[in-house]
Design a protein around this ligand. Structure first.
Ligand code: SF4
Ligand code: SF4
Length: 449
C-alpha cells in the first residue's frame, strides 16, 4: 500500500466519529458521490441486513475510488461500520475488482467484524447497483426497484468516507484523464471550474478538444470550461474533438433517430449484450429501435423503462454504430406518460443462463472505445487550489434545488451553510467550499474570495 503522508492528508481525519445519525448526514449535506447524488440521509433511513460498499468503479479511465481505498482505508471502513449501524445491518461487503490485489489484502487485514471483501470480475458495468447486488448476493432487484427490496443498501466509497470524516461536504475527489499532460486524481473545492481542474492536471495535450463529465460511458458533455464541479462529478475526461466518443455524445437526437430508423437491421446484438436484459429484466433495446419505425410510446417502449443508461448497447454491442441507448432515453418519458409498466411477477425474474459469459471485460471495452492510448493509473496527488471564485450550484443532488439561506454580500467561511432543502422536499444542504463574499443567483451561490 502506498503511504505518502502528504497524499494521505488529502483525506481529512475529521472528528473521528464512530456513529452516524440521519440528522447528521442531513446536516453535512452528504449525497451519493458515485454520480447518483441521492441524499444519504434518505437512503440510510431504512432497516436492512446488508450494506454493500460499491468499490467496483467501472467507468474506463477513472480511478478515484481505487485511490481513496489505497490512501483512506481507515475512514472508509469506519464509514462502512457507521452505515451498518445506522441501518441495523449485520453484514458489510466491499465489492471491488479482483485486479486490485494489494487493496483487497489490506482491506481484508483491517476489516472489522461483520465486514468481508468480495472480489469482482473486471467487467463493465460491475458498478451498476443492480449488477453489483446480483454479483455479491445472487439476488435480483426487481425492475424499477431498489436494493432495499432485496434487503440491502449500496453506498459508494467516497460517500462512506464522507460519513466518517464527519464534516460538511465542501470538496470532491475526481480523476482527470484523457488528453491531459498528467492524468491524476485530485481533491477539489466544489464549485471550481472544470477548466481550472484540467490546468491542475498539467493542461490539455491537443489543440481542439471536448470534455466529458463523469466518465465516457455515462458521460455528460461539458457545455464549457466554466462548468462548475459538483458533489457528483467523479471524473473529467478530455478527448480530441475528432474522437468518436465526443462525436457520439454530441450527436443530435434527430440524427440518431433518422440513422437508427433507416439502418437498424434488428440483429438484436444490443439486447443480447444488455446487462439488465441478461439479469432477466424486461428490457430489450432492439425493440426500442422498432419504435422508431412506428411511433414512440408504442408498446415497444415499455422495454425502455428499465434501461440504466449504461450505454453498452451503443458503445460496444451495435455493429451498425447506432445509438439504442439514446432511443431508450427518449422513449422513457413517453412510456411513463402512457402509464406503460412491467406487469409480470418480480419473483419470476431470473438471470439468463448465458449472463456470466456475456460480461464485457474492461480491456475489450477500452480497446473498442479507442481509449488505449489514454489508459492510466490516475494516482491521487496533492495540488493547492486557490480559486478566486466558485459557483456552488443549488441543485447538485437528486430532488429539488436547495433554497439559499445566505444573501448577496454575506461573508462566509469554508463549511458554512449556503442553502437547505425546502421543507418536505427531497434534497440536500449545500455548504461554502471557500471563504469569501456571496452573490446569490437563480441557480447558484457564487463566492468570491
Ligand atoms: S445492435 Fe444495432 S443494428 Fe442490431 S438491433 Fe440493436 S440497434 Fe439495431
Ligand atoms: S443503455 Fe443499453 S445496454 Fe445499458 S441498460 Fe440501457 S438498453 Fe441495456
Amino acid at each position: 500500500m502506498a503511504e505518502n503522508p502528504e497524499v494521505a492528508r488529502l483525506i481529512p481525519a475529521g472528528s473521528g466519529a464512530e456513529h452516524a445519525s440521519v440528522e447528521r448526514l442531513e446536516e453535512l449535506g452528504i449525497v451519493g458521490a458515485g454520480g447518483g447524488g441521492f441524499p444519504a440521509a434518505v437512503k440510510f433511513k431504512t432497516r436492512v441486513s446488508l450494506v454493500i460498499a460499491n468499490a467496483a468503479e467501472c467507468e474506463p479511465l477513472l480511478h478515484k475510488d481505487k485511490e481513496l481505498l489505497l490512501h483512506g482505508a481507515e475512514p472508509f471502513l469506519r464509514g462502512l461500520r457507521m452505515a451498518m449501524e445506522l441501518v441495523g445491518a449485520r453484514e458489510g461487503v466491499v465489492g471491488i475488482k479482483e485486479k486490485y490485489h494489494d487493496i483487497i489484502d489490506a482491506l481484508e487485514n483491517a476489516a472489522p467484524a461483520g465486514v468481508r471483501v468480495v472480489a469482482l470480475p473486471d467487467c463493465y458495468p460491475a458498478g451498476d447497483e443492480f449488477i453489483l447486488v446480483h454479483m455479491v448476493t445472487g439476488r435480483v432487484i426487481p425492475p424499477g426497484g431498489l436494493p432495499k427490496d432485496v434487503d440491502a443498501v449500496v453506498s459508494n466509497v467516497e460517500t462512506l468516507i464522507n460519513m466518517a470524516v464527519d464534516r460538511p461536504v465542501t470538496h470532491k475527489y475526481l480523476t482527470v484523464a484523457g488528453a491531459v499532460h498528467t492524468p491524476v486524481t485530485l481533491r477539489v473545492p466544489v464549485g471550481i471550474t472544470i477548466g481550472e481542474v484540467i490546468e491542475a492536471a498539467g493542461g490539455v495535450t491537443v489543440d481542439d478538444f471536448g470534455v466529458l463529465l463523469g466518465g465516457v460511458m455515462m458521460a455528460k458533455p461539458a457545455a464549457s470550461l466554466d462548468d462548475p464541479v459538483t458533489k457528483t462529478t467523479g471524473g473529467i475526461v478530455v478527448l480530441p474533438v475528432t474522437h468518436s466518443l465526443i462525436r457520439r455524445h454530441n450527436a443530435p437526437w434527430l440524427q440518431v433517430k433518422k440513422v437508427g430508423h433507416s439502418a437498424c437491421d434488428q440483429c438484436r446484438f444490443c439486447t443480447e449484450f444488455c446487462p439488465r436484459f441478461l439479469l432477466g429484466h424486461p428490457i430489450q433495446p432492439h425493440r426500442a429501435m422498432q419504435s422508431l419505425l412506428f411511433n414512440q410510446g408504442s408498446d415497444a417502449s415499455v422495454a425502455t423503462l428499465y434501461c440504466c443508461e449504461c450505454n453498452l448497447c451503443t458503445m460496444f454491442a451495435c455493429p451498425e454504430d447506432l445509438d439504442p441507448k439514446t432511443v431508450c432515453v427518449q422513449n422513457k418519458p413517453v412510456a411513463r406518460e402512457r402509464g406503460l409498466t412491467f406487469k409480470g411477477d418480480p419473483k419470476s425474474i431470473e438471470p439468463l443462463p448465458m449472463a456470466e459469459y456475456r460480461r464485457v471485460p474492461m480491456r475489450r471495452l477500452i480497446a473498442k472505445l479507442g481509449l488505449g492510448e489514454f489508459n492510466n493509473e490516475g494516482p491521487l496527488k496533492t495540488h493547492t487550489f486557490a480559486p478566486r471564485k466558485v459557483k456552488v450550484l443549488l441543485k447538485q443532488h437528486a430532488g429539488a434545488p436547495a433554497i439559499p439561506v445566505v444573501k448577496t454580500g454575506d461573508r462566509v467561511r469554508e463549511g458554512d451553510l449556503l442553502a437547505a432543502p425546502e421543507q418536505g422536499k427531497l434534497g440536500a444542504r449545500i455548504h461554502a467550499s471557500i471563504e469569501g463574499v456571496t452573490t446569490v443567483t437563480s441557480d447558484a451561490v457564487l463566492i468570491e474570495a
